[in-house]
Design a protein around this ligand. Structure first.
Ligand SMILES: *Cc1c(COP(=O)(O)O)cnc(C)c1O
Length: 398
């Protein structure tokens, strides 16, 4: 029954994704079902999007209500759910103002443009260079791709946008050396996602912030993946008790709907004057209504406390099986942003887990990433662990 969908996809959909041979047609909480009715526990969450689980009733109800009222109007006019969502995001963060778009890559494009424009407005038009990190991921459009320091993603797409300088993540001396009179910003994921779930030393981001302040340049956090509770805090940078100048958001923001955002202080955001930037669908009523409903649940009493507790439990479970298996190099992560690095390619494990009813994800060839809905239960985690352990044993015997 999955087959006809797969055939249609293969015949008519662009082949830019490597897809697993199942078609998911239904979801509820931490579970999804394929066309044949087979159930899976989802440790992927649509790539850190479905943080509340699939089809959360609050989000579904908000979408239903808003879709009967108003789905889209232009940003030529004021939009009620957009204004409310901006107020909500600023009340929950360091930011004063929000620009809305539709995706993570667009949020980063906006940040790149704003950083340049801010210094242009300051009478420093020569400050155009942005420092980014190896193994970062900022998106697929040309600006964000140029910011993304992974050469394998650049193949065949040159020339890239000029004005980016790459340095190692979690390496302060390199950052110090890289800053020049041309630098306008450092763009960094507080914890790297696609690059392998890389958590920096506790002092790294704090020192980076000091360095930016000292040099009068902007610190931009890409929290597209780490935002909205993924790491057990609403935003990952809260863990380090520092504030960036700008933050980019998307993925889980809309409770499953496509929405992205760039948020920052008035001082910087004020460079986005009329005509400087825009997005037709950015901040549309439907996506904003879904985001508002989703944020209400995420910021509800005890929601993130529970995420942190369950995340700790999950990490312990992963550590336990890793100690028994020599192919596991390291288990790491924060909240529900977890990974297991192997010293062997991990693709077989993903396939085997899928056959046995668990969706997990593999990045950088040898890193298993676990990013379940934040509402996942200990019981659901418990059901994965013996299967994963078994798959690890099989792979280590090969
Ligand atoms: C996914 C991701 C992006 C890109 O988001 P899209 O919505 O796919 O454009 C950017 N930055 C980070 C950190 C991401 O994880």
């Amino acid at each position: 029954m999955n087959k006809s969908i797969i055939q249609l996809t293969e015949k008519h959909v662009a082949g830019n994704y490597g897809r697993y041979p199942i078609a998911l047609v239904k979801g509820k909480g931490s579970k999804v079902w394929d066309k044949s009715g087979k159930q899976y526990i989802d440790f992927v969450s649509g790539l850190a999007v479905d943080n509340l689980g699939h089809c959360h009733p609050s989000v579904v109800s908000a979408i239903k209500k808003q879709s009967e009222k108003l789905i889209h109007v232009s940003n030529l006019y004021h939009i009620e759910p957009q204004s409310q969502l901006a107020e909500k995001i600023t009340s929950l963060s360091f930011a004063d103002k929000v620009f809305f778009c539709n995706s993570g890559t667009e949020a980063n494009e906006a940040a790149i443009k704003l950083a340049r424009r801010y210094f242009f407005d300051q009478g420093q038009p020569g400050r155009t260079e942005i420092i980014t990190m190896f193994n970062s991921f900022h998106g697929r459009t040309l600006g964000s791709l140029s910011a993304t320091a992974q050469t394998k993603l650049h193949t065949g797409f040159k020339p890239l946008l000029p004005g980016f300088k790459y340095i190692p993540f979690n390496d302060l001396p390199s950052a110090r050396k890289a800053i020049t009179k041309k630098t306008c910003a450092i763009l960094v994921e507080p914890m790297q996602g696609e690059g392998g779930v890389n958590i920096p030393d506790p002092s790294y981001l704090k020192e980076l912030k000091k360095l930016c302040q000292k040099n009068g340049i902007l610190l931009i956090f890409d929290e597209v993946q780490t935002g909205f509770g993924r790491t057990g805090r609403l935003f990952a940078h809260e863990l380090y008790k520092i504030k960036p100048d700008l933050i980019t958001l998307a993925k889980a923001l809309g409770g499953g709907l496509a929405i992205g955002a760039l948020a920052g202080s008035n001082r910087i955001m004020k460079s986005f004057v009329p005509g400087t930037h825009g997005a037709t669908f950015g901040g549309n009523p439907l996506a904003c209504a879904a985001a508002l409903a989703s944020l209400k649940v995420l910021t509800g009493k005890n929601f993130l406390n529970k995420t942190r507790a369950t995340g700790k439990y999950f990490l312990k479970c992963l550590e336990k099986i890793s100690h028994k298996n020599p192919i596991v190099k390291e288990v790491r992560g924060e909240g529900m942003f977890l990974a297991m690095e192997l010293n062997k390619p991990a693709a077989d494990i993903v396939n085997n887990c899928m056959k046995r009813g668990f969706l997990i994800n593999c990045i950088q060839l040898n890193v298993l990433r676990f990013i379940p809905p934040l509402v996942i239960t200990r019981k659901e985690i418990d059901s994965l662990i013996p299967v994963l352990s078994d798959c690890l044993n099989k792979l280590s015997d090969q």
